[in-house]
Design a protein around this ligand. Structure first.
Ligand SMILES: [Zn+2]
Ligand SMILES: [Zn+2]
Length: 294
């Protein structure tokens, strides 16, 4: 079984449409795929229809921008009811913050002497619901200011860059509880990625989040070295957290994140889906289930 639980379409900052993404997964003999665009469920419907046609098992998810102990954390929320009022309100707040940040970033870039406008960013963003820094980076690439997204982040847009603008993010423990209330399960994405401060996500911190309802952590991810993966797998084992692995595929929007470059073990997916079924039953919500049979 090839299981990839973290991918992006062009509804956030990927480059494939949701249908193209599912089709590509089928072509590459991927059995189970999760679509996890940033802060939006916009791609779910199209991906669902494509999965029903292709036979790829689809897990519908969201990668929520959250904050914990002052640092940015990405939370993978799988199978929540997308109409749950608190979840909708919180995602709207995050999206407003993301879109509202764009003019501020553009102003800073112009202040640095770069010839860029918000429309340049909107043009490269295409179908995206969530306009983000990757789209600003794409606009800078299109103008020949930087060579690629990584270059744009290290020179201008990253947390230590001169054009960085902070924005709203959901409180992590609150969001984990909200996802549970919406009948879904939570997994922390790339918890120890070096570009995020992650001191608070040590074993004690993760245990506290587990008390709030955290189901798992993404262990196998390109942002984790072999050593980090070993330590995180140990922590997951100690705490009884599900350990996942995934590509964080963005199409041509991110190099070295090919589909299924990291995968989740079948027994870990089974546990995650059992926890999702429990959460769904407890919530009383009409939360989605997996499309197709794993
Ligand atoms: Zn992420
Ligand atoms: Zn991601």
């Amino acid at each position: 079984m090839r299981i990839d639980l973290h991918t992006h379409s062009d509804r956030s900052d990927g480059t494939d449409s949701p249908a193209e993404l599912v089709r590509r997964a089928g072509d590459q003999r991927i059995d189970v795929l999760a679509l996890t665009d940033h802060d939006t469920t916009e791609g779910w419907q199209e991906a669902t229809e494509a999965a029903e046609r292709s036979g790829v098992v689809l897990v519908r998810g969201i990668e929520v921008s959250a904050r914990f102990a002052g640092s940015a954390v990405h939370l993978l929320a799988y199978l929540p009811d997308p109409t749950h009022p608190e979840l909708v309100a919180e995602l709207d707040r995050v999206l407003d913050g993301r879109n509202g940040r764009l003019p501020a970033i553009v102003t800073k870039l112009r202040g640095l002497g770069l010839d860029i406008e918000a429309d340049d960013v909107r043009r490269v963003a295409g179908q995206a619901t969530a306009l983000g820094r990757p789209h600003v980076a794409d606009a800078l690439v299109a103008k020949g200011v930087v060579v690629d997204r990584d270059d744009a982040f290290s020179r201008y847009l990253g947390p230590r860059g001169p054009a960085y603008v902070d924005r709203y993010a959901a409180d992590l423990p609150t969001m984990i509880r909200t996802v549970a209330a919406a009948g879904g399960v939570s997994v922390i994405a790339h918890p120890w990625a070096s570009r995020h401060d992650h001191e608070a996500l040590d074993e004690a911190g993760l245990a506290a989040l587990q008390d709030a309802g955290l189901a798992g952590i993404e262990v196998d991810h390109q942002d984790h070295s072999p050593e980090v993966r070993t330590v995180l797998r140990g922590i997951a084992g100690n705490l009884g957290l599900v350990a996942t692995g995934s590509s964080d595929y963005h199409g041509s929007g991110k190099v070295d994140h090919e589909l299924a470059c990291n995968t989740t073990a079948a027994d870990q997916l089974d546990r995650l889906l059992e926890l999702a079924a429990d959460a769904r039953a407890r919530s009383g919500r009409d939360a989605p289930t997996v499309v197709g049979r794993p």
